[in-house]
Write a protein that binds this ligand. Structure first.
Ligand SMILES: [Mn+2]
Length: 271
């Protein structure tokens, strides 16, 4: 199947967590293969240094993601890497450029229609991470456990011929405190953009894609590639959208499946 790539002015992806079993590198590779952009922002938690320190996990697909991004940088995409808390080691290189990839603590992105957005990972607004690091680490371990469960669960679903369904996402949405934390986080990040006189903010970190106005500024979260498989994109008009790749993926598969189904039906009616 050789379809022309979807072209966007900008793409934001974050929370890929390369180096963990939860990372959905194959879906991300598929996304990177089918999309092109003038600007690509890697909005933190790209490689999971915390998890790699605990136990080494690295697959060929994780290399492929990095190669793919480097290749895009070589071919003219402006790539900006904003490290997050799980890859905070890279923050010491802010201001430098490696392999055509600019590393920065944060960035200001101006859309085609002239709006200005603050781009950052977002962990600095995470009260848990700021106040008690040990609590964050305990939470992180519980989280990787749910992701492992999620993976096993979806392997069973796949065997039964069922589609991908995020158990960890479902559980998290069921927890009320998590919901409270999400809304507090969103409000805090949006307030930062407002204080700086910007039109909006683009972040990641909480693994929940979002695009909505909060007190006069546009709050955008590009989601993640461990559960929701989402990216934020800017069209050439300047309009921002969230892309859920598992949906695009399913629609694509359905499109290619339809002719085969129609052909089979035609054969049946002719008989
Ligand atoms: Mn993070």
């Amino acid at each position: 199947m050789r379809e022309p790539p979807l072209r966007f002015r900008s793409i934001w992806i974050s929370d890929i967590h390369l180096g963990t079993a939860g990372c959905q590198a194959d879906y991300l590779l598929d996304f990177l293969r089918h999309t092109e952009a003038d600007h690509l922002y890697l909005v933190g938690d790209i490689v999971d240094g915390w998890a790699l320190k605990r136990s080494w996990f690295w697959q060929q697909s994780h290399n492929d993601v990095i190669q793919k991004v480097l290749r895009k940088a070589r071919k003219g995409t402006q790539v900006t890497y904003i490290p997050g808390n799980h890859d905070a080691g890279a923050r010491q290189f802010a201001g430098l450029t490696f392999g055509g990839i600019r590393i920065a603590d944060e960035a200001i992105h101006t859309t085609a229609d002239g709006r200005r957005f603050l781009v950052l990972h977002g962990d600095e607004f995470d009260g848990v991470v700021q106040c008690a690091r040990w609590l964050a680490i305990v939470g992180d371990r519980l989280y990787s456990l749910t992701l492992r469960l999620n993976r096993a669960f979806n392997q069973v679903r796949a065997r039964l011929g069922l589609g991908y369904w995020s158990l960890s996402q479902y559980l998290k949405h069921k927890v009320k405190t998590a919901v409270n934390f999400v809304s507090d986080f969103e409000a805090a990040v949006a307030a930062q953009a407002r204080e700086r006189g910007l039109d909006g903010v683009i972040c990641g970190h909480i693994h929940k894609a979002e695009l909505r106005e909060i007190d006069g500024v546009l709050y955008c979260n590009d989601g993640d590639w461990v559960e929701s498989l989402t990216a934020l994109v800017e069209l050439y008009s300047g309009e921002l959208q969230i892309i859920t790749w598992q949906q695009c993926y399913a629609e694509q598969a359905a499109r290619t499946a339809v002719p085969a189904y129609a052909a089979a039906n035609q054969g049946a009616s002719g008989a």
